[in-house]
Ligand binder design. Structure first.
Ligand code: ZN
Length: 62
């Protein structure tokens, strides 16, 4: 069942978890071994995501 036809030349793309930009998977920043299973367009968005996650965590504990 494949309802997403992918052209042979088309790279798989991911959506940045922070800014929602689509970037090729090969260009995406994906932290390995991290507790967050997300993709990011770059380190900046990853850091923003982590900062936000920590903030939420801190808020949840308070
Ligand atoms: Zn981004």
């Amino acid at each position: 069942m494949t309802d997403k036809p992918i052209a042979p030349s088309a790279e798989p793309k991911i959506t940045c978890a922070v800014c929602r930009h689509e970037v090729p998977l090969s260009a995406a920043f994906t932290p390995e071994g991290a507790e967050y299973v997300e993709h990011f367009c770059g380190l900046e968005c990853y850091q923003a995501f982590v900062a936000e996650a920590k903030r939420r965590e801190a808020a949840g504990k308070a």
